[in-house]
Design a protein around this ligand. Structure first.
Ligand code: SF4
Length: 711
């Protein structure tokens, strides 16, 4: 069929939270989507990484779901939309009748747009439950919790652009932007270093970020290669060093006393927590020389402006909230908040994971982080929506999975793939397969989760529809679609409107994404001043309270958004990961993503360019461990934890510390999440993906064909 699209459309890369602008042009044939750079895109000025350049490859992939499917006798058959939607609505109604509204769970998706996530959380709440969540639970729930509780807002305090002219030190902990946020790293961080900034990288793994700061003619990069799970002791050494030096040289700029006095509370708690803290013992526990940590502390504290960037190496622990709180402590005592080139800045994962949280697709907050158990906030939203919102926060997504067959009997999954993304994947799969009464999945491909569904609803891709997404530094940007590749697919927004209208008659009758956005901004104070017109091509950083506001590139210039306006300092103490090595499982397993793939790989594994670059999973093993276990580089090995095993290729490298093995979650048959532990941070409920006990051995009987990667 001939294309209707002559001109390329300006939109946003569907992969990571940097939010690079790209253009998409449809070729002669419908579905023939081509990538074009967008030279003056606000975030990236035309540059893209390998994923951005390959993003259009999956739009017309042969695996696209093209028609609704209903499972009968264990097999899918094609169905009409009316049949499929009737089944969804009937099942949801009968679950509510039998088990009450908390019998259903709803998963929003950071791959979908603000408008769609706004609708799914509204649908859940109209159904009568706050059991709606999204994959931020897996990546930065602890970061959002700590930032919201101690500073007021669950987002980056600053923006990438304000680094350029002002940051003297970039403190990057538990993040690997060289691999996972490549344009942020090349365009902003590396640029800052070329202009004189120092990078302090804190990470157990030497990686592409480490390589990227090996810049000829500069010597402004330190890598503190700590043991996994020792971030709190390391930061406590930093904090104690600053406190000691301040005591020895008061007024010499180690601590910003005026800032601490006027804008924070809890400083005494920090000093008491660290009073008997033994720096030397802690440094040994971290596996980093004490003098290196002290030097890093000096560089950070003595900088005029120092910015912290924090990643999933910090957040994905059972002490994730405390990890991030300690970064906040560091920024607060040195006055590195409320000004350009500073702050505590989570590098968010998927392209709209920030927005998915902002619009309320979480069990404890309504749009704009208004707490569901705050009567006043709830009533203000109820006034617009016209129905009562339950006051009790719901279960988080991992808790929902844990409750399957007990209190949860049905799940509505939009664009997520929990079978691969949740920890302890074998157990998650068993629960979905055996104990879940009804599962509807709305997606573009037959994911590992969709295979277990009762109804599959075929959605459109990012390149076929319009809406907005919010990048890692709170910039809300418009996405623009070409048009549908497959006639019988539907946009997520249209599907949700139809389901909502069939269930409730009213409240879901919207005329496209802009109409939804208009209601969203009415109930979401931090986006209240935004309109589609005002967003234009540049986008706007939230908070944007009134029309005409240009948004803030950095937060908290005058005060924090806490009840008393003060930033909260709170000393924290080391907690070990919940599972540590023992005789049976003597290694620490840690996980992370690759530049070439994204999360569960639903899109990236189907891109010829990306899968050619990284066709299969592997595990990094230190040479001493390799020798101990008789492993040669390239051997097929079995990596095992208490929860399962995967077969992968061994990559013997000194990039990893002895005693630690490192692998990825991207590949279906060999995903790290078959091994990871599903214990949760008590407050934020994020799983401990970053530390589990494991063992490794050479695969004596290779599987058929020997290949271990996804197929
Ligand atoms: Fe896309 Fe992120 Fe790469 Fe930019 S850095 S092109 S947003 S994947």
């Amino acid at each position: 069929m001939a294309s209707n699209a002559d001109e390329p459309v300006k939109t946003i890369c569907p992969y990571c939270g940097v939010g690079c602008g790209i253009r998409v042009r449809e070729g002669e044939e419908r579905g023939d989507m081509n990538f074009m750079p967008w030279g003056d895109a606000p975030v990236n000025e035309g540059s893209v990484c390998i994923k951005g350049g390959a993003a259009t490859q999956v739009v017309d992939h042969e695996d696209r779901l093209t028609d609704p499917l209903i499972k009968e006798d264990g097999e899918f058959r094609e169905a009409t939309w009316d049949e499929a939607l009737s089944r969804v609505v009937d099942e949801m109604e009968s679950i509510r009748e039998e088990h009450g509204p908390d019998g259903m769970g709803f998963f929003g998706s950071s791959k979908t747009f603000n408008e769609e996530n706004y609708l799914i959380q509204k649908l859940a709440r109209r159904y009568g439950t706050n059991q709606v969540d999204n994959c931020t639970r897996m990546c930065h729930a602890s970061t959002v919790w700590a930032l919201r509780t101690s500073l007021g807002m669950g987002a980056m305090t600053n923006s990438m652009a304000d680094l350029e002219d002002s940051a003297d030190v970039l403190w990057i902990q538990g993040a690997n932007p060289g691999e996972q946020h490549p344009i942020a790293n090349s365009q902003y961080f590396r640029q800052a270093v070329l202009e004189g900034a120092t990078v302090i990288q804190v990470d157990p793994h030497a990686n592409k970020t480490t390589e990227s700061f090996d810049i000829e003619g500069t010597d402004r990069h330190m890598h503190l290669q700590l043991e996994p799970g020792t971030d709190i002791p390391l930061l406590n050494v930093v904090l104690k060093t600053i406190l000691e030096r301040h005591e020895a040289e008061p007024g010499a700029g180690w601590i910003d006393e005026e800032f601490v006095d006027d804008r924070t509370k809890g400083f005494d708690h920090l000093t008491e927590t660290l009073e008997d803290f033994d720096k030397q013992a802690a440094a040994e526990e971290c596996g980093v020389p004490l003098e290196d940590i002290e030097l890093a502390a000096e560089k950070y504290a003595r900088a005029n402006d120092a910015a912290i960037f924090t990643g999933m190496g910090m957040s994905q622990h059972t002490c994730g909230v405390d990890n991030v709180q300690n970064e906040i402590n560091l920024a607060l005592i040195t006055g590195n908040l409320g000004k350009p080139g500073a702050g505590v800045n989570p590098l968010r994962g998927q392209n709209n994971v920030q927005g998915t949280c902002d619009v309320g697709a979480m069990p404890n907050v309504l749009p704009g982080y208004q707490l569901v158990d705050d009567d006043e906030a709830r009533e203000s939203v109820e006034e617009v929506w016209g129905f009562e919102i339950p006051a009790e926060p719901g279960l988080t997504n991992v808790e929902i999975s844990h409750a399957i067959g007990d209190t949860v009997h049905g799940l509505y999954v939009m664009g997520e793939n929990p079978i691969m993304s949740e920890p302890d994947g074998n157990r998650t799969e068993r629960r979905f397969r055996e104990d879940l009464g009804f599962l509807v999945v709305q997606d573009i491909f037959m994911t590992e989760t969709a295979e277990l569904a009762d109804v599959v609803l075929p959605a459109t891709t990012w390149a076929e529809r319009g809406g907005t997404v919010t990048n890692t530094d709170r910039r809300v940007q418009r996405m623009r679609g070409v048009h549908k590749v497959h006639e019988n697919t539907r946009h997520d927004l249209d599907i949700l409107c139809e389901v909502g209208t069939r269930l409730f008659d009213e409240g879901f009758d919207f005329d496209g994404p802009e109409d939804v956005f208009e209601e969203l901004r009415e109930v979401c104070p931090i986006m209240h001043g935004m309109t589609y017109d005002a967003l234009g091509e540049e986008g706007i950083h939230w908070p944007c309270y009134e029309e005409g506001d240009e948004g803030d590139s950095y937060l908290y210039e005058e005060s924090f958004e806490t009840e008393d306006g003060l930033g909260r300092i709170e000393g924290v103490v080391h907690q070990e990961p919940k599972e540590t090595p023992d005789e049976e499982y003597p290694l620490v397993l840690t996980t992370a993503r690759l530049e070439e793939h994204y999360n569960t790989g639903t899109m990236s594994r189907r891109s010829p360019t990306l899968s050619r670059q990284e066709p299969e999973n592997f595990v990094d093993v230190h040479p001493n461990d390799a020798e101990r276990y008789g492993i040669e580089d390239g051997d097929e090995v079995v990596l095992r934890s208490r929860r399962g095993e995967i077969t992968v290729r061994a990559d013997v490298t000194e990039d990893i510390k002895e005693g630690v093995v490192w692998t990825t979650p991207h590949f279906a048959s060999a995903s790290a999440n078959r091994l990871t532990n599903d214990v949760l941070d008590e407050r934020a409920k994020i799983p401990e993906y970053k530390a589990a006990a494991a063992e490794i051995e050479v695969d004596i009987e290779p599987a058929d064909g020997g290949a271990s990667a996804d197929d």
